[in-house]
Design a protein around this ligand. Structure first.
Ligand SMILES: [Zn+2]
Length: 406
């Protein structure tokens, strides 16, 4: 049914309807948003628990789209909640608003580029690619290697192999640097991402970030695993869970997973009572459904790894006490178990051999491109918004099954 509706909407877009891009402001919640746009707040209250959780994942500053019909009335809204999924608010056949969580359409490119350094790595990357997020990611990755940028000379070069999402003709999300070289006075410094824990290691398989993350509680079992998007053939909808649920009795003590500073302490929609801690090197951790907080903590408090921060509960949802534990790297949700697991296996020789093989391949690609010192011409065209079609207008339900297979 929605397919038909969307097709109709697409036609109507030709006749005076339009899309407006807006920014989600800090302090906005879905409820305040509904109030502003005269949308019935029961739409939120009637959501499933997991959908309510996902609706708490809207980040301040995110761009979202509001679709108006030719009478200036809203008929669709798309709000990203991660790099993979978005909230879709639309009118059903009774002309009432409905809400669904659907995949975001994007293309993904792999590129290996190189360039001579003329002013600074940051400025050169921005100038050559128009991609500030890539320049940021590069600087952040090399910060862990403690390269002295002041010693760079004009004859030095850099090379990057990276993955980038593109949406509506624009760079989208955080670029993922798979490997990079930075020459400093002719000496090559390498970093490679280890697929086992997504962290950066050097040429000798030495971890560049020493931070270890600890499991924040003693738990009975894992009641729900991490997933970006998985098609559920029976429920006929996507399942997304941007963290791990640890089942444990109410009151069980929670510990900070690593050193950091509290940046959120309070209710957060479907997550109920929530604490968010910012850690070094772009990491954040989120603890949801707490029954209470450590009274000594405030926003801004510093915590050490293992410090008591609060207790397990079931706020924000009614079934079973558990901890929802999320980890974010540069704003992107990552699988917490991947980080926790690799801590334990750090001395495993097999993992090291696997890493060395992966790194060898990336190194070969990087060195090949480093000689060319040139950015491919096509990389800049993604930055031109106007030339690209608004691909999300063509989304319909028939595409769902295909997305599930990615
Ligand atoms: Zn959860």
């Amino acid at each position: 049914m929605k397919v038909i509706l969307l097709i109709l909407l697409n036609i109507s877009i030709l006749f005076g309807s339009y899309v407006q891009e807006e920014i989600w402001w800090k302090g906005d919640s879905l409820l305040t948003f509904f109030k502003k746009h005269n949308i019935d707040k029961n739409l939120y209250f009637n959501l499933s628990k997991t959908d309510k959780e996902l609706c708490s994942e809207i980040n301040a500053g995110v761009r979202y789209e509001v679709f108006y019909d030719d009478e200036n009335i809203i008929n669709q809204i798309l709000i990203p909640i991660s790099e993979e999924m978005q909230i879709h608010i639309f009118k059903d056949l009774d002309n009432k608003f409905a809400l669904d969580i659907i995949p975001i359409e994007y293309q993904q490119t792999f590129q290996t580029i190189s360039m001579p350094i003329t002013s600074s790595p940051y400025l050169d990357i921005v100038r050559n690619t128009g991609n500030r997020a890539l320049a940021n990611a590069f600087m952040l990755a090399f910060k862990t290697k403690r390269v002295n940028f002041k010693r760079l000379k004009k004859s030095d070069n850099l090379a990057i192999k990276f993955k980038q999402k593109i949406r509506n003709g624009r760079y989208f999300g955080t670029p993922e640097i798979i490997g990079a070289i930075l020459e400093v006075r002719g000496k090559k410094h390498f970093i490679f991402q280890n697929p086992d824990d997504d962290r950066y290691y050097d040429n000798n398989a030495k971890a560049l970030v020493k931070t270890k993350f600890m499991t924040p509680l003693r738990y009975k079992r894992i009641s729900s695993h991490f997933t970006y998007k998985r098609w559920h053939p029976i429920l006929h909808k996507y399942k997304t869970h941007l963290g791990v649920d640890f089942a444990a009795p109410t009151g069980r003590e929670l510990k900070a997973t690593a050193d950091g500073r509290i940046i959120h302490l309070g209710r957060k929609g479907g997550y109920g009572k929530t604490i968010i801690i910012r850690h070094k090197n772009g990491y954040k951790s989120l603890y949801g459904h707490l029954s209470k907080y450590n009274r000594k903590l405030r926003v801004g408090s510093r915590v050490k790894q293992g410090d008591y921060i609060g207790n397990v509960g079931s706020t924000g949802r009614s079934t079973g006490p558990h901890l929802h534990f999320g980890i974010y790297k540069n704003g992107r949700a990552i699988n917490p178990l991947k980080l926790l697991k690799t801590n334990k296996k750090k001395s495993n020789g097999k993992l090291k051999t696997k890493y060395i093989q992966v790194a060898k391949k990336i190194k070969k690609d990087l060195l090949k491109v480093l000689k060319i010192k040139q950015v491919p011409m096509n990389i800049q065209e993604f930055n031109n918004v106007d030339k690209m079609p608004k691909s999300y207008l063509s989304f319909d339900n028939s595409m769902r099954e295909n997305y599930g297979k990615i």
